[in-house]
Unconditional design. Structure first.
Ligand code: ADP
Length: 662
């Protein structure tokens, strides 16, 4: 079975036919021949034994009367028969009495002179003859024996004839078997092998457009048809997969181009260029502005030679709200438009006149899709795609694709618009902050100078007096408000500087302890008024490479917050060296900060208290963190509501590589 499995179909067929047909038939023929030969021999023996018996009956008298002549006559009659070679009569002692032999008998074939007389009829086989011995008995008296030598030549002839028949039958059968196997190979194996070869070729070249010849109506034909059907399916799926990959690639490229820049005219011109590489032969984008005017903003053609005609179309035949152009129609309806076949009649219905029609025809327009660009339900543009290929036409699937492209373009354009608006807003705000801060500084400086002059001009009141004290207190109040105003303006100016990246540090050798002491001194009045005392723990000077005025600002912001949010309670300020860095800790016992506000309060304009209870802009901690970060340091807060707050600033002490800016 294993041997059979390894054989080709032809080999298998040959083996099966040999073993299943040829061999049994040959054995059958041989057996039949053998049976036939046996039957012939039996017949030969029976017939000639009968002859011998009859001749024996005649010969009994001849033996009894010693009549040799009569006996020979009887024997001659016997040899007239074809098969009898010779006939001999022996007396009761086995002595030859008389005989007759055919003249044709070979001289070597001698008639024995003496035999052992058999008691019963006897038959002896030799290669080319049979000897039949028949006792001659009459009235129970035994007179002698008659011998007939019968030639088996006819039997041999028959055997030869049978042998040839068997050989010829076997050869015929073999020829039939081989012919059958070849015929089967021609009709079965070859088509199968050619199918296998085709499958191999297809796999190697990945060309699924070839087909097997399938004209026959048999099982091979069915197999070929099934094979071809499979190839058609694979080809269809391959086409779909390629199409999907092409679409994905196009969408990815378009998305990439859209994401690359927020400069929308540039982006749109890139996108239309991408579209004419694979999806359209030419493509135009129209946008609607704030005043509802339609503008052609981008166009491209796949064929550089047709760019001129496209430019003419772009510049001379712009859509207006009531024009029949596909883009205008889409802008009016908000629905996509598909013109699968742009015949002359169709083109005429969508142009602005004969010249426009001529241009459309020159561009070879065959099929058109126009889709709206929609953002937040508002139609703000249209994308028009045209195909100029002689055989290609747009269909519903292309409309879906165009809508997906339009959706992506719309998102990108909307993002660009929002970004532009945001940028513009930021620019206006920064400009305002900067101008306002500068403008406010001038009167503040004037106010400061005026209060100083007032203080100098105040009439000296000997020994003091109520009037003089009130005057001094009023000047002081004006000075304090002026200082507060100056701080607020300073903060706004800092924010504007930080946003513009123009806040530059001027580092020098500074003693942090000295800075803290100076600020605490400056706060002495406020501290007194708020009922706060500052407990400063700073025994040694702590020198670092910092911007002294900005550091002052950091300490001021933290101390003023501690004073504002922890009024009536002591404030602990610690300045210490820590791991080669400097650490400033401002700890108050005030209102504290909730967990969720801890990070937020460092962002600009972020506050965790209501304006009604505590004044402020929400800029102090933002500016503080910016200054600390610019020094390469960190600031963090730990606090619990109603349990005070601890602000920790850590600053590296060494000089930084470059003068940092914020
Ligand atoms: P402002 O104090 O002007 O509001 P800041 O940026 O200095 O702005 O502070 C931001 C917010 O952080 C404050 O509004 C306040 O809610 C909270 N905060 C700052 N310092 C403290 C403090 N020491 N204790 C409690 N809350 C504080």
């Amino acid at each position: 079975m294993t041997v059979l499995r390894a054989l080709s179909i032809r080999g298998k067929l040959l083996a099966i036919l040999f073993v299943g047909v040829l061999m049994p038939m040959s054995i059958g023929l041989a057996w039949f021949t053998l049976q036939e030969v046996r039957a012939l021999r039996r017949e030969l023996v029976t017939t000639n034994s009968l002859l011998a018996y009859v001749a024996g009956q005649y010969s009994a008298a001849e033996l009894a009367f010693d009549n040799k002549e009569e006996s020979e006559e009887t024997l001659r009659a016997l040899t007239k028969l074809d098969q009898v070679v010779f006939a001999a009569l022996y007396d009761s002692q086995g002595q030859l009495f008389s005989s007759y032999r055919k003249p044709s008998l070979a001289p070597g074939d001698t008639i024995p002179g003496q035999i052992a007389p058999p008691l019963e009829p006897n038959v002896e086989d030799a290669a080319d003859h049979i000897d039949i011995y028949q006792p001659v008995v009459y009235n129970d008296v035994r007179y002698g024996t008659i011998q007939l030598r019968v030639s088996t030549g006819s039997l041999q002839d028959r055997i030869k004839a049978y042998r040839w028949s068997v050989i010829l039958a076997a050869l015929g059968l073999m020829a039939f078997v081989v012919g059958f196997a070849f015929a089967l190979e021609l009709t079965l194996t070859r088509p199968l092998l050619s199918l296998a070869e085709l499958a191999r070729r297809i796999t190697k070249r990945e060309d699924y457009s070839v087909r097997a010849t399938a004209s026959r109506g048999d099982e091979i034909g069915t197999l070929s048809e099934a094979f071809n059907a499979m190839l058609s399916e694979i080809e269809k799926r391959q086409h779909e997969a390629r199409e999907a990959a092409r679409i994905q690639h196009l969408l990815a490229s378009v998305s990439g181009a859209l994401a690359e820049s927020l400069d929308y005219p540039l982006t749109l011109s890139r996108v239309v260029r991408l579209l004419v590489q694979s999806f359209a032969d030419f493509c135009v984008v129209d946008l609607v502005d704030e005043e509802q005017r339609i503008h052609r903003v981008a166009a491209a053609h796949a064929d550089p030679e047709k760019e001129g005609a496209l430019r003419e179309l772009y510049e001379c035949f712009k859509p207006t709200w009531d024009s029949p152009l596909p883009a205008a129609q889409v802008l009016r309806s908000g629905e996509p438009l598909l013109l699968p076949e742009v015949t002359d009649a169709v083109a005429q219905a969508h142009v602005l006149g004969a010249e426009h029609l001529r241009l459309i025809q020159r561009l070879g327009t065959r099929s058109v899709i126009a889709v709206p660009l929609v953002s937040h339900g508002k139609i703000f543009g249209a994308l028009t795609l045209a195909c100029a290929h002689p055989t290609r036409r747009y269909g519903p699937e292309d409309v879906n694709m165009a809508q997906e492209l339009a959706r992506r373009c719309a998102i990108a354009l909307e993002n660009a618009r929002l970004y532009r608006e945001a940028q513009e807003g930021i620019r206006i705000r920064e400009e305002f902050l900067s101008v306002a801060a500068h403008e406010l500084r001038t009167p503040l400086t004037a106010l400061h100078l005026t209060t100083q002059r007032l203080r100098r001009l105040a009439p000296p009141v000997p020994g003091g007096g109520g009037e003089a004290n009130r005057f001094a207190a009023l000047i002081h109040a004006v000075e304090q408000q002026g200082k507060r105003l100056a701080n607020l303006v300073g903060s706004l100016l800092d924010v504007a500087r930080i946003d513009a990246g123009k806040l530059v540090l001027e580092p020098e050798e500074v003693d942090l302890v000295e800075v803290v002491r100076k600020v605490v001194d400056q706060f002495s009045d406020e501290l007194l008024k708020a009922g706060c005392t500052v407990r400063l723990a700073a025994e040694h000077p702590l020198i670092g490479w910092w911007d002294s005025s900005r550091l002052e600002q950091v300490v001021t912001n933290l101390l003023s917050n501690a004073l504002k949010y922890g009024a009536g309670k002591p404030i602990d300020v610690t300045v210490e060296a820590f791991n080669g860095a400097a650490r400033l800790i401002v700890h108050d016992h005030g209102i504290g900060i909730t967990e969720e506000d801890k990070e937020r309060i460092f962002a600009r304009f972020e506050r965790a208290v209501s304006v009604r209870h505590y004044g402020g802009l929400g800029l102090g901690l933002y500016i503080t963190r910016q200054i600390v970060s610019a020094h390469g340091g960190t600031i963090r807060v730990s606090s619990q509501p109603a349990a005070g707050a601890t602000f920790t600033v850590e600053l590296p002490r060494g000089p930084r590589e470059q003068a940092p800016s914020l």
